[in-house]
Design a protein around this ligand. Structure first.
Ligand code: UDP
Length: 458
């Protein structure tokens, strides 16, 4: 035990926001810290600990409470109630957990928490610990939220004819902004959540972002002037990038059960670049009409389709479609997304542009069709199309729906068109830059080494 204790260079307690898209990057980064000699413990909510399928050997798992231990956040009467309980019970149980770990052989040195949970800083400070907010969205999006928090978004996004300027970002049309800034007043609770990320950021010791420098150089530089901010991404499992951590092939904590064998067998029987992979992540809820248009557009594209429709969304898809399309289309409730994107059969990713999915598509070199639904996805889609030029954003009509003809056109552009050729060239460039970022000596790798070295010396 003494030897082990000596070998551990510091213990990081990691607090994710309780959703799949927030757990994946922070857990993955924790594994990287462990590979550099630190000890990491992930504190998930009790409800998540009951419903998850976790296979992490390197990262310990402990629990805190969000006040909904038995039934999860869907039992809260609204999202605001959930967030208040999470803060209240979360602070109490995080305090208890730190005390417990401090009585063990591995006292906590640092609390790394999702930037959606700024109250964790107050808890950590009471114990004199190093505080590290972890941003799971892009620097561009974070900078927009920061400017919103400071009342500096100009001109006001209500003016639909003008562009919005944010330092370090290209001019944005209002619809490129995160949705709750574009549709003013549309989601005040979520808006408060994202702007509150900056409420006590000045007190944090480090600010880490799941991005990499060459991806959004200018905005990273801008933000690094304000805080000790470093990019540490992309946080894909190592075997999909630089292969530096042996056997690291999975995020290791699933809240959904993937249909792995079915998906991979199906893909193995398809020729290279012939499959369109379609997924809207773990949260997005699509309208019935949008779902119908999607189904028709996907069929009209005449490609092979692997479509993830979560169980809670499945009622919106007619059995008639699934039966009629079965020759060319496989519908599953969840899939091993990284394996799917890395499979040579996949030639296009129809995505909601969640930040993890965007980074995964970009790092694995898959051209994208963006159908952003919510939150930061609109801004990510703007970057996919106009900044990195690795995909096309499907346009909505005046009812906010992507019609079947539009979807068909976007997919055909990628699979068969001239624009698709250019996009494919760009995906090769970005795939190699993503790998470079995490390779020894790449920007993210250097940043991680700097962070670890400083932590060890405190
Ligand atoms: N994902 C997966 N299987 C699926 C769909 C998604 O493993 O069938 C993973 C995906 O690889 C990503 C995460 O779920 O890491 C979704 O995160 P993202 O930020 O893209 O979207 P969110 O779910 O937060 O909207």
């Amino acid at each position: 035990m003494d030897m082990e204790r000596k070998a551990c260079r510091g213990h990081v307690l990691v607090l994710p926001f309780p959703s799949q898209g927030h757990i994946n990057p922070i857990l993955q980064f924790s594994k990287r810290l462990v590979s550099k000699g630190l000890k990491a413990t992930l504190a998930v909510t009790i409800f998540i600990s009951k419903s998850m399928n976790a296979k992490t050997n390197s990262v310990d798992i402990e629990t805190i409470s969000d006040g909904f231990d038995d039934d999860g956040f869907t039992k809260a009467d609204c999202f605001q109630t959930y967030l208040s309980c999470l803060k209240e019970r979360g602070s109490e149980t995080l305090t208890e957990l730190i005390k417990k770990l401090n009585d063990s052989d591995y006292p906590v040195k640092c609390v790394m928490y999702d930037a959606f949970l700024p109250w964790a800083l107050d808890v950590a400070k009471e114990f004199g610990l190093v505080t590290v907010p972890f941003f799971t969205q892009s620097c561009a999006v974070d900078n927009i939220y920061y400017h919103a928090q400071q009342g500096l978004l100009s001109p006001p996004p209500q003016d639909v004819s003008s562009t919005v300027s944010v330092p370090g970002l290209p001019p944005l049309e209002p619809q490129d902004l995160p949705c709750f800034l574009y549709v003013v007043g549309s989601d005040p609770v979520y808006l408060a959540l994202v702007v509150n990320q900056f409420s006590n950021l000045d007190e944090a010791d480090w600010v880490l972002v799941n991005s990499f420098d060459s991806l959004e150089n200018e905005v990273v530089e801008q933000m690094a002037k304000l805080w000790r901010l470093r990019t540490i991404g992309p946080t894909l499992p190592s075997m999909y990038l630089e292969k530096g951590i042996e056997d690291d092939k999975d995020y290791n904590l699933n809240l959904f059960n993937p249909d792995t064998t079915m998906c991979m067998n199906w893909l193995n029987n398809r020729l290279s670049g012939t499959v369109v992979y379609v997924s809207f992540g773990s949260i997005a809820v699509l309208g019935v009409e949008q779902m119908e248009e999607l189904a028709l557009g996907l069929r009209m594209s005449n490609s092979y389709i692997l479509w993830v429709v979560r169980a809670s969304e499945r009622d919106k898809l007619s059995n008639k479609f699934v039966d009629e399309a079965s020759e060319k289309c496989l519908v599953v409730s969840w899939c091993p997304q990284l394996d799917v994107l890395a499979h040579k059969a996949v030639g296009c990713f129809v995505t909601h542009c969640g930040w993890n999915s965007t980074l995964e598509g970009l790092s694995l070199g898959v051209p994208m069709v963006g159908l952003p639904q919510w939150a930061d996805q609109t801004t990510n889609a703007k970057y996919v199309e106009d900044v990195w030029e690795v995909g096309i954003r499907a346009r909505v009509d005046d009812q906010g729906i992507v019609r079947k003809e539009e979807l068909e056109l976007c997919i055909r552009e990628i699979m068969e068109g001239k624009r698709g050729e250019l996009i494919k060239k760009n995906t090769i460039k970005w795939k190699s830059l993503a790998k470079e970022a995490v390779d020894k000596g790449g920007s993210s790798d250097n940043n991680i080494d700097e962070f670890v070295a400083q932590l060890v010396s405190t």
